[in-house]
Design a protein around this ligand. Structure first.
Ligand SMILES: Cc1cc2nc3c(=O)[nH]c(=O)nc-3n(C[C@H](O)[C@H](O)[C@H](O)COP(=O)(O)OP(=O)(O)OC[C@H]3O[C@@H](n4cnc5c(N)ncnc54)[C@H](O)[C@@H]3O)c2cc1C
Length: 200
């Protein structure tokens, strides 16, 4: 039994090293986390009864890097789990044992607050509360307010269709979205929905 677990651990270390070498060729060094002690913080989301250290964690800086990661993983049949802030209570960001945990935390820019059309364009890693604050500074109001809003990301809100008490009056995340640009598991960028300006 001991021999079998040593073999598994060795196999995993080799797999991790191979993946790290591949990703270090396409990403900056600080975007590739592969040392066991640095992987442990990512072993669970808010559903902490379930834990799994991922094979590797990637923290891309831009959409091009996200696409490169997904294309590589798709071509090499490597499972990928996306992670926002890791506050989810349903285990959605629980890593896959043999997979990549893809953190979108560094895509955290508010690209535009368009006051006259009452909408904002944001990257997926922006915190919910940061959107509310940016809207408020322009005299606007972003209603979806999960209790985790100080930490949770808009990407996680969209994936979970999150809401809070204000959603009883103003609707859930889905009712406050016009358009989502996403990267498919094959690495293709697509846009769902339409902002008003692109339909006019
Ligand atoms: C104290 C506390 C209070 C909470 N209160 C509420 C509440 O009032 N209402 C509520 O609805 N929820 C609540 N939640 C749950 C949680 O905060 C929400 O589900 C939130 O939307 C998760 O966002 P996150 O960024 O942490 O996502 P994560 O936990 O990181 O991920 C959640 C899911 O989204 C996916 N995902 C994340 N980012 C992306 C992305 N960019 N692209 C594709 N998929 C992605 C992940 O794969 C995963 O399946 C609470 C949680 C805590 C811990």
């Amino acid at each position: 039994m001991q021999g079998q677990s040593d073999n598994n651990s060795l196999r995993r270390q080799r797999q991790r090293r191979t993946l790290a070498d591949a990703f270090l060729k396409m990403l900056p060094a600080d975007a590739v986390i592969f040392r066991e002690e640095e992987l442990v913080p990512y072993e669970c989301d808010g559903l902490s009864a379930y834990r799994q250290v991922p094979l590797i964690v990637l923290l891309p800086y831009d959409t091009g890097q996200v696409q490169a990661i997904l294309r590589y993983c798709h071509a090499n049949k490597i499972p990928v789990v996306a992670r926002g802030a890791g506050t989810g209570l349903s285990g959605g960001a629980l890593p896959h044992e043999d997979g990549v945990l893809l953190s979108l935390a560094r895509l955290n820019k508010i690209l535009e607050v368009d006051q006259s059309n009452m909408r904002a364009r944001v990257q997926p890693g922006v915190r919910n509360l940061a959107i509310s604050d940016a809207a408020r500074s322009q005299g606007l109001y972003y209603a979806p307010d999960p209790s985790s809003q100080i930490a949770c990301s808009i990407g996680g809100n969209v994936a979970e269709n999150a809401g809070g008490v204000h959603c009883l009056k103003y609707g859930l995340t889905v009712n406050n979205l016009l358009e989502v640009t996403l990267i498919t598991i094959e690495g293709e960028q697509i846009t769902l929905g339409a902002s008003e300006s692109s339909t006019s």
